[in-house]
Design a protein around this ligand. Structure first.
Ligand code: MGD
Ligand code: MGD
Ligand code: SF4
Ligand code: MO
Length: 713
């Protein structure tokens, strides 16, 4: 058996691996996966998903050749067949359909949806964005608008770049205040932090504290020093009240390079802790105490994730949270919220644009674009509403919006109405089952990897290049090759072709392999790290802890100032001030993640789905009793947009008035060819969430969706 260095790309923790590889008559096989103790960032960490990484490669359900859907003669989509076709035929079919849609209806008639695994694939980062740009559509959607859009919007508005995201300096902090994140299960997000539990133990050993604010006593809350329940969707009140306390108690320090502190003071003045208590259930005294604790900490940091960004006031939450760090002097300071110095600097070098807001709006609802994207909550209506600019063809890349976006069931119903659908995906999932053609790329084990995004968000500066562990099948294609061929073949068929110069530039760019791109980017960087060095040190190179005092020099705003009070957010603060306090009698739905889930996929890895069922609706015993329901009963959960039937599980880990369903389930839909996943029980939470509930950024507001729960009859 041979040991090779590998990497896991299933979540943001980017763990280094040691792969045991055996030669068999069918070629090399991965027979063991362990953490790599020599990796300077992950230090040997591994979770159950990492162990199952090879299941994707071995999975009989995984597509290995392009397929075309052959509709059933009786018109029942559940009986459609999939037929394997050659790469040329598949690529030409997709290119022809995209080009003719553009030729007849214009560029915006083609919509693109990019799912989460794109940020975890080097080829998508280097070549996928070029394909999307080449298509030139304004109907560009991604998982960003069901996830971290408020974080990117505020980074753009305050620091001048959408990826200038401060990261908690977890290894040195003495006070870690967590809103709406569950890193013990998720392994961290917008905070690449492999082995969170060990880093937390170290924090404790230093005498530090962690406080978690969450409507559920999560795996993270259970190991915290303190857990505070908050009514879902009301964190903006709590966070604004904390800012209110900072000003009232004269705890504010404003950096010399920041503008707008007075506007902030005025904006938060109406938000007293008492008012926040009434809205959120968090005691006013607790709000005051937590504020003082953060302000007094010798290096403290407030951190928030999915629970406060997929939120009715997600942008206000992220803004207020960022301000808590800034105004307590904890931004850009050891132990606080810090900026990384990666070997390939996406921000400083302008490799990724600084972002923009409201350059165009969605056709039907007039929702603003952010960073070149429209909210995916608008995709269904853009498909179904006739008129100029109507979406007629859809390309999904590594995504499953039927399960992952609000009111996914309505999108599911809309997809058959398109003229054409194509997907780049490893599976026939609940979305790609509608595709006319699916183009499957190689899996991670067969391709080179460098984490362009997650080194930028990591709690320590490191760099690592991982060559493909297994050779690719000669008949398989890497994702970057698919993007290259699709882009070039589509452009060649357009009536109005871009200029020859543009096509040649694109051609030259698309022909460079991701490895060559990384070599070039490293040469351009100032870290002194070269591809040659990374190949010689495959476990990764340690570039040290995060560096303080990067500001104001690192600011990307045009005036090199930190903007504390962006208008877009202040306007939403005023709306919150005028809004009625939500009805405390409603049941409010929140999502959850389990350590062995990975959004909507990996449910056909037997070792990941075994064990106790984890799809149930969690509900407080008092709420069950009030409805005469028993633990384990089948219940009907209904929201404004839809209803589902599932089992309920009694637990006091959820706050009274709150119910929780995991996201990424709901594989029972006919036609999905993830055959083993189809047997996994559980419904889709997004059959209940509402595409009309949005943050000002356009991000879906999943948290706190009002629902009713009754016994299923
Ligand atoms: N209610 C609710 N909804 C949510 C969330 C929530 O918390 N609550 N979370 C949201 C979040 S944070 C996210 S990120 C989204 C995720 O939502 P999506 O990004 O839409 O979906 P995923 O479930 O990540 O699906 C990924 C697909 O990519 C495929 N895939 C995996 N690797 C590759 C690859 O290398 N190449 C290609 N081409 N395909 C690949 C998989 O087979 C799978 O079909 O869901 C969001 N939806
Ligand atoms: N095992 C596993 N790991 C994953 C994923 C996965 O599906 N499974 N997905 C990956 C992805 S794409 C992402 S983006 C990250 C997400 O990483 P995290 O954000 O750390 O993960 P979540 O479990 O979504 O945590 C959100 C928390 O917010 C809470 N919450 C819900 N509503 C509210 C609210 O209104 N206020 C407050 N304060 N809290 C609220 C929920 O109870 C939950 O505990 O995880 C990544 N890692
Ligand atoms: S925590 Fe698990 S899923 Fe995430 S990168 Fe590490 S091994 Fe992979
Ligand atoms: Mo995500």
């Amino acid at each position: 058996m041979e040991t090779r260095i590998g990497v896991c790309n299933l979540c943001e923790a980017i763990c280094g691996l040691r792969l045991g590889i055996e030669e068999t008559t069918d070629g090399p096989r991965v027979t063991s996966i362990r953490g790599n103790p020599d990796d300077p960032l992950s230090r040997g960490h591994l979770c159950p998903k990492g162990v199952a990484l090879a299941d994707v490669y071995d999975d009989p359900d995984r597509l290995r050749r392009p397929v075309r859907r052959v509709p059933s003669p009786d018109g029942d989509p559940a009986r459609d067949r999939w037929e394997e076709i050659g790469w040329d035929e598949a690529l030409d079919t997709v290119a022809e359909a995209l080009a003719s849609t553009i030729n007849v209806h214009g560029r915006d008639a083609v919509a693109v949806y990019l799912g989460n695994p794109n940020v975890h694939s080097l080829g998508s980062m280097t070549h996928g964005t070029a394909l999307v740009k080449a298509l030139g559509t304004r109907n560009r959607y991604s998982a960003t608008s069901v996830d971290q859009l408020p974080h990117q919007l505020l980074a753009h508005l305050m620091f001048g770049h959408q990826l200038m995201l401060p990261v908690p300096d977890i290894d040195r902090t003495s006070y870690f205040l967590v809103f709406g994140a569950n890193p013990v299960a998720s392994h961290g997000s917008l905070m690449t932090v492999p082995d969170f539990p060990r880093r937390l133990r170290d924090l404790r050993a230093r005498g530090g504290r962690m406080v978690v604010v969450d409507p559920r006593r999560t795996e993270t809350a259970k190991v915290a020093d303190e857990h505070v329940f908050v009514r879902p969707g009301t964190d903006a009140h709590v966070l604004l009240a904390m800012l209110h306390v900072l000003f009232e108690d004269e705890l504010v320090t404003t950096p010399a390079y920041a503008d707008g502190a007075e506007a902030v003071r005025l904006a938060v003045a109406p938000f007293t802790p008492e008012r926040a208590e009434a809205a959120s259930g968090v005691a006013a005294d607790t709000i005051r105490r937590l504020t003082h604790e953060l302000a007094a900490a010798d290096g403290g940091v407030a951190y928030g994730r999915v629970g406060i960004s997929t939120h009715p006031h997600g942008s206000v939450c992220v803004w207020a949270l960022t301000l808590l760090n800034v105004l307590t002097g904890n931004l850009d300071r050891e132990g606080g919220a810090m900026f990384t110095s990666p070997a390939i600097d996406l921000v400083g070098t302008g490799l990724i644009g600084r972002g923009h807001v409201d350059r165009w709006r969605s056709r039907v609802r007039g929702l603003i674009e952010v960073g070149g994207e429209l909210p995916v909550a608008a995709l269904r209506e853009e498909i179904e509403t006739p008129g100029k600019g109507q979406v007629r063809a859809l390309l999904t890349v590594a995504g499953n919006p039927v399960l992952s976006t609000p009111d996914g069931a309505a999108l599911d119903r809309a997809l058959p109405g398109l003229d054409f659908r194509a997907a780049v995906d490893l599976y026939v999932n609940e979305t790609t089952r509608h595709a006319d053609v699916i183009l499957p790329p190689t899996t991670l084990l067969e391709r080179d990897h460098y984490d362009l995004v997650f080194h930028t968000l990591a709690v320590r500066n490191t760099a690592r290049f991982t060559p493909a562990a297994l050779p690719k099948d000669p008949d398989a294609r890497h994702d970057w090759e698919i993007y290259r061929d699709l882009a070039l073949r589509t452009l060649a068929r357009l009536d109005r072709k871009p200029s020859l110069k543009r096509r040649l530039t694109l051609q030259a760019r698309m022909r460079l392999s991701p490895r060559a791109v990384i070599a070039g980017l490293l040469r351009r960087g100032r870290s002194g790290v070269t591809l040659k060095r990374l190949l010689a040190e495959p476990s990764g190179v340690d570039l040290g802890p995060l560096r303080p005092d990067r500001l104001p020099g690192a600011l990307q705003t045009r005036d090199q100032r930190l903007h504390l009070a962006p208008d877009l957010v202040l306007a939403d603060v005023r709306r919150l001030d005028e809004a009625a306090v939500p009805d405390a009698d409603e049941l409010l739905l929140v999502g959850r993640r389990h350590q062995r889930d990975c959004n909507s996929w990996l449910h056909n890895s037997p070792r990941l789905v075994k064990g106790r069922a984890r799809h149930q609706l969690l509900m407080h015993p008092d709420d069950l009793a009030a409805r005469g329901l028993d633990d384990g009963a089948r219940v009907r959960v209904a929201s404004r947009v839809g209803e589902v039937e599932t089992e309920v599980s009694a637990t006091d880990t959820v706050m009274p008035g709150v119910v929780s369903l995991p996201h990424g389930f709901g594989h029972g839909r006919p036609g999905s060819r993830m055959t083993r996943a189809a047997g996994v029980a559980g419904v889709s939470i997004n059959d209940l969430t509402d595409a009309e509930r949005l943050d000002v950024s356009g991000n879906a507001a999943f948290s706190g969706t009002p629902v009713t729960v009754v016994a299923a009859t």
